[in-house]
Design a protein around this ligand. Structure first.
Ligand SMILES: Nc1ncnc2c1ncn2[C@@H]1O[C@H](COP(=O)(O)OP(=O)(O)OP(=O)(O)O)[C@@H](O)[C@H]1O
Length: 539
């Protein structure tokens, strides 16, 4: 812990014993010598080689020093060119961590703590939280600190902007525990000893310590390529589908078992990339018949039709058809319920009894924006049943929505997993990710429009929302998936989607089959033009 007594407030007392001047000088000399020895020992990584160099120079002549320096520089350059990864792990990042710890953080720590109000004073004595370690990586600097008594991580979250700007970045993420400290699986002869050591190092919960991540080179500023075909397993692991990367450069594995997923984000925020990343991770299971995707695309097929051969059911032309898909999912769920009740507590997928993913591209089109009361009631009843009972029966709903307000998505709270992409208002963040999510660092309203696919999710291993970027699945990938991962149970062939023209006259919806104006948004006709325009970003 850093401590400083304010100089102007020090009480001045007369010395009780008179100390001769020579004794004072000797005392000071010893003190400085002690400090020097302590510094030499503390920074042994710097002082050790320096001492060796001096010894070498004395023994073998001073001309050996530049020769040695050139040899070392050449060796390091060769290492960097030949094997950049190991050079980074063993040389670049350890040294950069030390350098930044000393040059950047240590020098500015006290003033930042005091300036941002994280130091506390008792009388004339100032205390500030100690910095425990700094670890740099391409993503940024991970700084571990120990809290002062009376502080919680929330105090630090409130000061994250002050911390970021004080240390020359725009973003400082605050995590209440340690991050990336999962011990490795230990094997071999030393396995037991190492596992014991890991338990001592990582097994304890240390609530008094927390982690700051100063984001420097933002990894999420770069589009993440879709996972390669070789990484798409024939039987996907529904408890961890690789769909993107996290801010600390580890994979984001989305859990689909026992959950439903809500994806919320403004128009153009990349909801499509979340959907396609998920479909790509599931593609092997779709082809082998372990997973069936029942897709509903109220945007007239504009988002999903390109991969229609992946879907076992696909509704995109009429709202009645979409309601039918939901009802059919409820029916499957009921049958499973009758079969599995009292036998198992969780459905296990197989080719005969696959996991069903009901995918809805714009949920509000089926709920809030729908004016046909009867159809709306039917859809809402089906959704309520699926969302409240489907998880254990292997029927999962994945839905995207632009506007997460309660009146738009009344089922919001029934989605255990939520993804918050770029949002237009700050209060939408807590609506999607739960109360207090924005305070804990989910600044989804501050994601720039230039970063589609970037958002926040809650993951199991930490209480704070994690910043992520979903993979960018291009049209070429989708065409490739459509060709190579088609489902063995294809949807009945429907005519190719013909999206309504934005400029079409509103009177174009005839016969009461599609118009919203007349209060009858249902029927088998094309999607109402107003609804289509609204969903394509015209709201
Ligand atoms: N993960 C990503 N990485 C890079 N670019 C992306 C990513 N996701 C989407 N984009 C790009 O951003 C643009 C908008 O994406 P997308 O259509 O998925 O957004 P959306 O939220 O579904 O929009 P809308 O609500 O209008 O349908 C597209 O041009 C797309 O190529």
């Amino acid at each position: 812990m850093g401590v400083r007594r304010e100089a102007q407030l020090v009480e001045y007392k007369r010395a009780v014993f008179g100390v001769p001047r020579w004794a004072l000088l000797v005392g000071l000399l010893f003190r400085q010598l002690g400090r020097l020895v302590w510094l030499v020992l503390r920074y042994w990584r710097m002082t050790g080689p320096a001492v060796l160099l001096v010894v070498l120079a004395v023994k073998a002549g001073w001309e050996t020093v530049p020769i040695l320096a050139v040899l070392i520089a050449a060796g390091l350059s060769g290492w960097r060119i030949g094997h950049r990864d190991s050079f980074g792990v063993w040389v670049k990042w350890p040294w950069l961590s030390r350098w930044r710890r000393w040059w950047l953080y240590r020098r500015g720590w006290e003033s930042t703590m005091r300036g941002s109000g994280l130091a506390v004073s008792y009388g004339s004595v100032q205390h500030w939280p100690p910095m425990l370690s700094v670890k740099s990586s391409p993503a940024g600097d991970v700084v571990r600190v120990r809290l002062l008594r009376g502080q919680t991580p929330e105090h630090w979250t409130k000061k994250s902007a002050e911390l970021a700007y004080s240390f020359g970045t725009r973003l400082c993420r605050v995590f209440s525990g340690r991050i990336n400290v999962m011990p490795k699986a230990r094997t071999g002869r030393l396995g037991r000893v190492l596992a014991w050591w890991d338990r001592r190092r990582f097994g304890r919960d240390v609530p008094g310590e927390m982690t700051l991540v100063f984001v420097r080179g933002d990894l999420l500023a770069y589009a993440v390529p879709a996972i390669g075909a070789e990484h798409i397993p024939a039987t996907p692991d529904l408890s961890g589908l690789p769909v993107g990367i996290r801010e600390d450069s580890t994979w984001l594995n989305l859990v689909l078992t026992q959950t439903h997923v809500l994806i919320a984000g403004a128009t153009g925020s990349g909801k499509g990339s979340v959907i396609w990343s998920l479909l790509r991770a599931l593609a092997g299971g779709i082809r082998s018949g372990w997973v069936q995707v029942w897709a509903i695309d109220p945007k007239g097929g504009m988002e999903l039709a390109m991969g229609r051969r992946l879907f076992s059911r696909f509704a995109f032309t009429s709202l009645t058809e979409m309601a039918d898909v939901l009802d059919a999912a409820v029916e499957v769920m009921r049958q499973r319920q009758a079969r599995l009740a009292g036998v198992v507590r969780q459905h296990a997928p197989s080719r005969q009894d696959p996991t069903i993913v009901v995918l809805v591209d714009e949920l509000a089109a089926l709920t809030a924006y729908l004016t046909d009361k009867e159809l709306k009631a039917r859809i809402e009843a089906a959704l309520a049943v699926l969302l409240s009972q489907g998880r254990a029966l292997g029927v999962h709903v994945v839905a995207a929505v632009q506007d997460p307000r309660k009146e738009t998505v009344k089922f919001r709270d029934l989605f255990p997993t939520r993804v918050g992409l770029r949002m237009t208002e700050d209060e939408q963040v807590d609506m999607v990710l739960g109360d207090g999510a924005r305070k804990r660092g989910a600044l989804a309203d501050q994601i720039p429009a230039s970063l589609p696919g970037v958002g926040y999710v809650l993951v199991d291993d930490r209480p704070e929302p994690v910043r992520v970027r979903f993979t960018h699945v291009t049209d070429a990938h989708i065409r490739d998936m459509d060709a190579r991962y088609a489902t063995p149970t294809p949807a009945p062939t429907t005519p190719a989607p013909v999206p309504p023209q934005r400029s079409a006259p509103t009177t174009g919806n005839t016969g009461g089959t599609g118009g919203t104006g007349g209060g009858n948004g249902a029927g088998n006709g094309p999607l109402p033009i107003q609804l289509f325009n609204k969903l394509r970003g015209g709201q």
